[in-house]
Design a protein around this ligand. Structure first.
Ligand code: FES
Length: 160
């Protein structure tokens, strides 16, 4: 019971005494995502009960904006650089390789919850293009084979 109270605790401050002010919906969702890492369904339902804003309206906004995440991030977040230098050096092929190797689409998380794959703007190390970053670690001058090898090492680490 107390665990449940703690779980929803961030909502006390995020929602405050907001009662149905839909203009505050996006800032509230942004803060929920900051606190929980994504927008959990049970938190959205609780938010709906507290604010009086319908779940369908909240979900409409949450699924419309690409910045909102409705599923948790994987243990490893694979960021594929889609900046200009990486683009001209084959980032698309690297993205395909990653998605094939992990059997996942862009902006999704693998079924086992291990990897989330997303594209980002320039990672700031263009001389190493094409580049990907896994949990803050930069991997550059990627080829299909090198990319597969790196991902397989992570999978082996997890016994996947
Ligand atoms: S464009 Fe990819 S690191 Fe700059």
């Amino acid at each position: 019971m107390s665990k449940q109270i703690d779980y929803f605790k961030p909502l006390d401050e995020i929602i405050g005494d907001n009662k149905g002010d839909a203009s505050q919906l996006i800032p509230m969702l942004q803060k929920i995502q900051e606190s929980y890492g994504y927008l959990p369904m049970d938190v959205i339902v609780e938010m709906s009960e507290r604010t009086g804003i319908k779940v369908t309206d909240i979900m409409g906004v949450a699924s419309f904006y690409a910045g909102f995440r409705l599923t948790p991030l994987g243990k490893y977040v694979v960021k594929i650089c889609a900046g200009t230098a990486c683009h001209v050096n084959g980032a698309e092929t690297i993205a395909e390789t990653i998605c094939e190797e992990l059997n996942v689409n862009l902006d999704e998380t693998t079924e086992d919850g291990l990897f989330t794959v997303e594209t980002v703007a320039c990672l700031g190390c263009c001389s190493l293009a094409p580049v990907m970053m896994i949990n803050g670690e930069v991997y550059g001058r990627l080829t299909r084979d090198k990319t597969k090898k790196i991902l397989r090492e992570y999978k082996e680490l997890e016994g996947a």
